[in-house]
Design a protein. Structure first.
Length: 364
């Protein structure tokens, strides 16, 4: 049934109708919108929407790819940690190729003998810890509100089952503070936001309320098929033309306006907010998640005495400007030359959800 629904939402006739509606609403009025979700980035490129949108509409990709917003200091810490022979690193696959100092990555560390295991869930890291009681297993906890509840569940499971050699390097980030930072920049040209459907399934609409209330920016939660995105664009265009600004849910089949209370309770139980570094944005107040003191025995930073190192930015890489919507990937001097998906210089070319990788693959 899900396949039938997805196919219907990609139906050319439906998309043509929504596109005509969008053009009719806007007329010649310009609209610059930003999406802040890697899945939206890929969907917009893959579906060809960029090539059929009216020229008055400008699409920007923001800081919505977890791998892309991982800071240089965090990448360097991952690599340093992997050099410890008493530690097994458990990580999602995309992080394996994120470049750190001198172009080194976890992939290079693994090739040199480091204990690096790719997992598909933090719960997989618990299994590795059980099977290797003589080692410390450090799960690299990156991602937004979408993945953080599963990490919280892993911590609670580790406590319940006394898996004391499991540690979490908590690097989860929260989307709303990043959007606040973008809008506070005088150079910001964003008219409206296509909000991340996956994040909103957890958070609901309330955390994004400031976009409308404080900044008067139309903001619409959208799904990921072509028709979903076009519908969300129609709704934000209607708001813009009518001088309105609200946070609207155009993805009700997946997103409850109140979010997921159980997931929210998990997050509140295990984590507290903290300042966090973002690539291109700097250290943003209360934009990260740290383990509460009750769970400090699972905190890799405290247990291992870790500190984020001071590292220089990657020379020539423009990922920071791209994540802020200031620069289109092809305008980076490294794009498609020194920096390709096969040999990425910056993280926006590493992840399949990165805007540089999407531009390169779909050649827009």
């Amino acid at each position: 049934m899900r396949d039938n629904l997805d196919s219907a939402l990609r139906d050319p006739a439906l998309c043509r109708g929504l596109l005509a509606r969008l053009k009719n609403i806007l007329g010649d009025r310009p609209l610059t919108f930003m999406e802040v979700c890697g899945t939206h980035t890929v969907s917009i490129f893959q579906s060809g929407l960029r090539s059929i949108l009216p020229p008055s509409i400008t699409h920007l990709s923001g800081p919505g790819c977890p791998v892309c917003v991982t800071s240089d200091a965090e990448a360097a810490l991952f690599i340093d940690l992997a050099k410890n022979p008493e530690i097994i690193i458990a990580t999602f696959g995309d992080l394996l190729r994120v470049p750190g100092p001198n172009g080194q990555s976890l992939k290079h560390a693994s090739a040199s003998g480091a204990n690096v295991e790719i997992v598909y869930s933090p719960l997989d890291a618990l299994a590795i810890a059980k099977n290797n009681p003589e080692k410390k297993v450090v799960f690299l906890g990156v991602g937004f509100e979408t993945t953080a509840p599963t990490t919280a569940a892993a911590v609670l499971t580790a406590e319940r089952e006394n898996i004391n050699n499991f540690l979490l390097l908590a690097m989860h980030k929260l989307v709303p503070p990043a959007l606040e930072t973008l809008l506070a920049d005088e150079a910001c040209s964003i008219d409206a936001f296509l909000l991340p459907g996956h994040v909103a399934t957890i958070t609901g609409l309330e955390p994004f309320g400031f976009l409308a209330e404080k900044w008067r920016k139309p903001s619409v939660v959208g799904g990921f098929e072509a028709a979903d995105i076009l519908l969300a664009l129609c709704k934000m265009a209607e708001q813009l033309v009518n001088g309105k600004a609200v946070v609207e849910n155009a993805y009700p089949r997946a997103v409850n306006d109140m979010g997921n209370p159980r997931a929210q309770a998990l997050l509140a139980e295990v984590f507290e907010t903290c300042d966090a570094p973002w690539r291109g944005l700097g250290v943003l107040p209360q934009s990260g998640l740290a383990l509460r003191s009750r769970y400090s025995c699972f905190d890799a930073q405290k247990a291992l005495g870790l500190q984020l190192p001071n590292v220089a930015p990657i020379a020539g890489c423009k990922c920071g400007e791209i994540l802020k919507g200031r620069l289109a990937p092809p305008r980076c001097p490294l794009f498609g030359k020194k920096c390709t998906p096969q040999n990425p210089v910056g993280p926006c070319m590493v992840s399949t959800e990165g805007s540089c990788a999407a531009w390169f693959k779909y050649d827009i």
